[in-house]
Design a protein around this ligand. Structure first.
Ligand code: NDP
Length: 451
């Protein structure tokens, strides 16, 4: 980056950090975006004069609340509840809820900030938001999870609505939690509307929504591979995580002919050199979604696999990496190891799984790198399709939703190529996704005046 731009980036970041201290993930997410956007904004003075970037970094509304509930022993528990309504320039706030003990304001602001650009990239009319709680569903009974979700929704319901703010799932929030929250919303408001996405099929959900993030991540990887005349057939694939995104990334990569050899959770990773085929994946889905067990139990069932405790899967040799667990799960050393072992494609299912040092390695080595805000946008895109079906009171077939999802991912890829292709032909997907997502939101903000 030219020195003049670097100075502007440094000044922008110094102000942002002073205004939002102790929010290091938020600083990291903004930094990655302003590095590509400041040169673009300098070339387009209308955005600069209206302070669009500065406004996009300040949530339109931040809601913080107490979530009291009673555990199975009768003891009172108190958690923190949050909803960040970041930007509604192009549609109602939209973005997931995360239940995890690490949740704090900085993490949710990073997620909400990324969500604004991601939702814009989908081409659907959705603004950006994010929320959640420091509640940990792990080890809780179904009744405890229900009581927590009911208490959480008792406050959240006054801030959201089908045309205002439509939350969805994220880490720790799956079909069970969405069900309990939807039930409580309906009870308090006496209305059956599409106020949450990720609902069950019997009560307003969309086919393919559970699959959408992982499928979309693999469709995006396939588009990137295509630019180099490659596809998934016979490729070795490392997946991290073993939750919703990881499971369906594994399924789609396998369907396209790849061999997925790893999955992980916060305790370590499993390596199965024979590949995690459909039958083994069915075992994982039951283990994680029904029994709520740990990934190491895979090795009891399939002794050909080994469990590596306390480590992440990036030391395993692969062609394609699909990080699908959490933020900052690939650092600079992991990225160097991946590339040294021959990996040439990283498509992010998780949000911000790569540290800035890791991204520097990908760009420096010119590998195919799809950042989360582009590569994992299939999840929220399909949430947008669920909203459309709810509004029409119709449901589309599996094939129809999958086809729409696939087309959206192809179009997001095209948009990244449009804004991210550099003079030597290298596609910088970071720049492409940031500028591609920014333009639509910025134009809407200009048109709507200073609000
Ligand atoms: P799940 O809760 O279903 O699964 C999360 C997985 O990641 C689990 O295997 C979990 O292991 C692991 N994990 C979570 N936190 C950590 C941590 N601190 N260290 C190591 N492993 C961890 O969540 P999702 O699959 O829905 O979400 C995964 C990622 O994808 C997140 O970054 C999320 O923001 C992103 N995403 C999700 C979308 C969706 O539609 N669900 C849409 C777009 C992005 P353990 O059980 O041990 O905690």
């Amino acid at each position: 980056m030219a020195n003049a731009y670097q100075k502007l980036v440094d000044e922008f970041m110094a102000k942002l950090i002073a205004k939002n201290p102790n929010e290091k993930e938020f600083h990291q997410a903004v930094m990655e975006v302003v590095e590509s956007l400041i040169p673009f904004v300098e070339e387009n003075p209308k955005y600069k004069a209206a302070k669009i970037l500065e406004r996009m970094c300040e949530p339109e509304r931040t809601i913080l609340f107490r979530v009291p509930w009673t555990d199975d022993k009768g003891e009172i528990q108190i958690n923190k509840g949050y909803r960040i309504e970041m930007n509604s320039a192009i549609g109602p706030y939209k973005g997931g809820l995360r239940f995890h003990p690490t949740v704090n304001l900085g993490i949710l602001k990073f997620l909400a900030f990324e969500q604004v650009l991601k939702n814009s990239l989908t081409t659907l009319p959705m603004g950006g938001g994010k929320g959640g709680s420091d509640f940990d569903p792990k080890g809780k009974s179904d009744n405890e999870v229900m009581r927590f979700c009911q208490s959480f929704m008792t406050e959240l319901q006054r801030h959201i609505g089908a045309d205002t703010d439509v939350p969805a799932g994220d880490i720790g929030v799956g079909g069970r939690e969405i069900g309990f929250m939807f039930g409580q919303y309906k009870r308090l408001r006496n209305e059956f509307v599409g106020v949450l996405t990720g609902k069950g099929l019997e009560w307003g959900g969309s086919l393919i929504r559970p699959e959408a993030t992982g499928y979309g991540q693999v469709y995006f990887a396939a588009e990137m591979l295509k630019t180099r005349g490659l596809d998934f057939k016979g490729k070795i694939v490392c997946v991290s995580g073993s939750g919703n995104v990881a499971q369906y990334a594994t399924e789609k990569a396998t369907m396209l002919g790849g061999k997925v050899v790893t999955l992980s959770d916060s305790e370590g990773y499993i390596y199965d050199p024979k590949g995690i085929d459909a039958e083994k994946l069915a075992f994982v889905m039951n283990l994680k979604n029904v029994k709520r067990g740990r990934i190491k139990e895979y090795c009891d069932k399939y002794p050909e696999a080994k469990f590596v405790a306390g480590k992440r899967p990036w030391e395993v040799k692969c062609d394609v990496a699909l990080p699908s667990a959490t933020q900052n799960e690939i650092n600079g050393d992991d990225a160097k190891m991946l590339v040294a072992n021959g990996c040439y494609c990283v498509s992010e299912g998780a949000n911000m799984p790569s540290t800035p040092e890791a991204i520097e390695v990908y760009i420096d080595k010119k590998i195919l790198y799809g950042p989360g805000k582009a590569a994992n946008a299939g999840g929220v895109a399909t949430s947008g399709l669920e909203m459309s079906q709810n509004s029409m009171r119709l449901s589309w077939t599996r094939e129809e939703v999958d086809q729409r999802l696939h087309n959206i991912m192809i179009n997001i890829h095209k948009n990244c190529v449009k804004y991210g292709t550099e003079s030597d032909g290298f596609i910088n997907y970071v720049k492409g996704a940031n500028i591609g997502g920014f333009v639509k939101v910025a134009e809407a903000m200009l048109a709507q005046g200073l609000v």
